[in-house]
Design a protein around this ligand. Structure first.
Ligand code: SF4
Ligand code: SF4
Length: 136
């Protein structure tokens, strides 16, 4: 699907999707202690000079976290930033680990799903695999 980031985001549609997993996702988001222990389990973080923008918690909090915080009211520019975080900065390899039991890949996959609902899809020249089809 072509990238469609210039179209105004459909807030109602985003809100509907956010509602589906609101309880579990907000619980996970609020459980994040910001300890950054998940960082070194991400090979991209390690291979990009430990750039914070590749940290698993950063990617979750600045995509799904922002979507919930703003109740779906986001700008095309914010969606574009999320696209980079969710595809360019993450391959959804599911290898990141949170000692608090937060399922980071599940949250990243859900954020991708929301972006796809807005016609925004992956950056396939740097993303090697997709494993979130049909997941929450
Ligand atoms: S996701 Fe887990 S490991 Fe990463 S910062 Fe949050 S609590 Fe710490
Ligand atoms: S799923 Fe994303 S954040 Fe987690 S280890 Fe893989 S590339 Fe890093």
């Amino acid at each position: 699907m072509p990238h469609n980031g210039s179209k105004p985001p459909d807030t109602d549609q985003i809100k509907e999707l956010l509602k589906k997993n609101k309880r579990s996702m907000q619980l996970l988001l609020s459980a994040c202690a910001g300890c950054t222990l998940c960082a070194e389990s991400c090979f991209l973080f390690m291979s990009k000079g430990k750039d914070p923008k590749y940290m698993p918690s950063y990617k979750v909090l600045n995509s799904l976290g922002t979507l919930y915080r703003k109740k779906g009211k986001i700008t095309p520019e914010q969606l574009e930033e999320m696209k980079n975080l969710l595809w360019k900065n993450c391959q959804l390899c599911e290898r990141c680990y949170c000692p608090m039991g937060i399922d980071i890949p599940k949250m990243l996959a859900f954020a991708r799903r929301i972006l796809r609902s807005q016609g925004i899809d992956g950056i396939y020249d740097v993303s090697l695999g997709e494993s979130d089809e049909g997941s929450e």
